[in-house]
Design a protein around this ligand. Structure first.
Ligand code: MG
Ligand code: MG
Length: 257
């Protein structure tokens, strides 16, 4: 069932989303060569603590997971696409890092992710990240009342495929509300004009995932969480929580500079 949120609820979700945005900006600033993924998790924990927010990631255990998730961010490096568990791994020059973070404030959730290069970037990585951001923007642009879920999926997928990137199947966006993962599913590829009609009050996480090689294959790492590309090529993942309103899409997880 898809729950429609009131304007007041959307404002409350925006407050949760702002905590996520602050956490991601803080993590990005802290992410330098030599810093560990566990240290980045601590940076995000501090932002959530200060805001009085809780983490929907910490202790999360969906049906596929062998263990509860142990952190407040997912930190996915290089060939890791999503769901990376923060470890003592220290960032190296040129690493491509994706950070996903959520927060629950006053009972409402926010969910957002960024990808960026630590240290000196390879042009290919910058192009991958830039395309991911363009795919996200295209998806958000399609998140308007009167469109359907398939319009968002198509907009996201077309940007990724046109640039020659792979799109891992089976993972994508979702509804957001009092829980981080609600109906409906928002795939990263689809057919325009198909699927659930979009209505004001729907809040969706839109989250393109791109594989640099152009292949779609991925597998679960031995930790049971991290999804890695089959061919070892790099991946990017970006995400915003977006409300569909009478006046167009409203990003609830925008980040401070
Ligand atoms: Mg997320
Ligand atoms: Mg999400």
């Amino acid at each position: 069932m898809v729950e429609l949120k009131t304007d007041t609820s959307i404002d409350a979700m925006h407050a949760a989303g702002q905590v996520v945005g602050r956490a991601l900006t803080a993590v990005r600033k802290a992410a330098r060569v030599g810093v560990s993924l566990l240290e980045l998790d601590e940076v995000a924990r501090e932002v959530l603590r200060e805001a009085g927010a809780s983490s929907p990631f910490l202790g999360y255990r969906p049906s596929f997971a062998p263990t509860p998730f142990p952190a407040v961010i997912c930190a996915s490096v290089n060939d890791a696409i999503v769901h990376g568990i923060p470890t003592p791994y220290r960032l190296r020059d040129g690493d491509l890092l994706s950070v996903d973070c959520g927060a629950v404030l006053d009972g409402w959730a926010g969910d957002s992710a960024i990808s960026f290069v630590v240290g000196r970037a390879r042009p290919a990585d910058l192009r991958l990240v830039e395309t991911a951001e363009r795919a996200l923007a295209a998806g958000i642009g399609a998140a308007v009342a009167g469109n359907r879920i398939g319009d968002i999926a198509h907009a996201v997928g077309r940007v990724c495929r046109t640039a020659g990137y792979g799109v891992p199947q089976g993972f994508g966006g979702h509804g957001v509300g009092r829980r981080m993962h609600e109906d409906p599913e928002v795939p990263n590829e689809g057919h325009p004009g198909r699927g659930l009609p979009l209505r004001p009050g729907m809040v969706l996480a839109i989250e393109p995932m791109l594989i640099a090689s152009g292949k779609d294959g991925y597998h679960e790492a031995p930790d049971g969480w991290t999804l890695c590309t089959d061919d070892g090529s790099r991946a990017a993942h970006v995400e915003h929580t977006v409300a569909i309103t009478e006046s167009g899409p409203r990003i609830l997880t925008e980040r401070p500079a």
